[in-house]
Design a protein around this ligand. Structure first.
Ligand SMILES: Cc1ncc(C[n+]2csc(CCOP(=O)(O)OP(=O)(O)O)c2C)c(N)n1
Ligand SMILES: [Mg+2]
Length: 299
């Protein structure tokens, strides 16, 4: 029989989990909102990817990452490496949400002399650890960073965000082997499987499935989740912390996402890799986003 005390403790634990979920979902909503505002500055761009990956970015910045907003270079910070440079729009939105860059500065996205260029540049932007325009290099850098931190006796973790297009690159798999060889339990990779690339659907460009089995064969602790389900993402991070790090195994969370997620107008748009959104549509996009978020919160 379950004692009253146990029920109370469980009740408290579920309150904490509910608060955690609500906090990360709200962060994801604001990241999407920022991304729409940034996209409007240019009238087009990688908006669909930012909307699709917002839940992953929110889970990292609002739940996982150890950082100091007023000191982005803090030595003991966890490192978040965006290897998919064109996703910078989503990363800037997450950095603003985290308080690392001012929300107001997002208005300069992609403009001359801005610290927020269209493709992520580490020398321009606080909190941007690497430059990532040339795809497929982030995981190698992450392996080096994780190894270096371990040599230094640091407790910091390294996170690498990759796209499914980056799984086409041999360098990604070399790095995956290196991470297993060095038993990098302090490394977590996250792959945005949005089934899309610049030249079309991922399975028509290069068939990388079965993805989970490939990472497992490379020695990683691999989990595949709905990357637009914040609860599933948080559970995956918890599993990774409990199982992968304990045995010194790198961990990968494979996230199935939907391009344009949260804005129905954009979810099924053609030419989704680099979306053109008409002037009159931006406000409608924001309204749809807010209606969806409020509808979910009310349920
Ligand atoms: C090494 C390298 N090869 C090719 C490109 C050109 N390129 C830019 S984005 C892109 C698509 C890559 O797939 P993914 O990141 O999954 O695209 P998305 O989901 O954003 O549509 C390509 C091939 C590049 N930036 N770097
Ligand atoms: Mg893709």
């Amino acid at each position: 029989m379950v004692s009253t005390q146990e029920i109370t403790t469980r009740g408290k634990a579920s309150d904490v989990e509910a608060e955690r979920l609500a906090r990360v979902e709200a962060a994801a909503y604001r990241i999407r909102h920022h991304a729409l505002n940034m996209g409007e500055v240019q009238g087009q761009g990688y908006v669909g990817q930012a909307l699709g990956a917002a839940d992953m970015l929110a889970a990292v910045y609002a739940d996982q990452l150890r950082f100091r907003a007023d000191d982005p270079g803090w030595e003991d910070r966890d490192r978040f490496l965006l290897s998919t440079g064109h996703y910078a729009i989503g990363h800037y939105a997450a950095l603003a949400e985290a308080g690392i860059i001012p929300v107001k500065e997002l208005e300069t996205y992609g403009s001359d002399d801005s610290r927020l260029p269209m493709s992520g540049m580490s020398t321009y932007t606080p909190g941007m650890e690497i430059s990532g325009g040339s795809l497929g290099h982030g995981l190698s850098i992450a392996v080096g960073a994780a190894l270096g931190l371990r040599y230094q006796g640091s407790g910091s973790r390294v996170y690498n965000f990759l796209s499914d297009g980056e799984l086409d690159e041999g360098s990604t798999w070399e790095a995956a082997m290196g991470a297993h060889h060095h038993q990098l339990g302090n490394l977590t990779a996250m792959v945005d499987i949005n089934a899309l690339q610049a030249d079309g659907k991922t399975d028509t460009v290069l068939r990388t499935e079965p993805v989970t089995e490939k990472w497992q064969a490379f020695g990683w602790y691999a989990q595949r989740v709905n990357g637009n389900d914040v609860g599933a993402l948080l559970a995956a991070f918890d599993n990774a912390a409990a199982q992968a790090a304990a045995v010194g195994r790198p961990s990968v969370i494979l996230c199935d996402t939907k391009v344009g997620r949260g804005v129905p107008l954009l979810e099924d748009r053609e030419k989704a890799h680099f979306m053109r959104i008409e002037e009159h549509e931006w406000q409608l996009c924001r309204e749809q986003l807010t209606a969806g978020f409020e509808g979910k919160a009310a349920r």
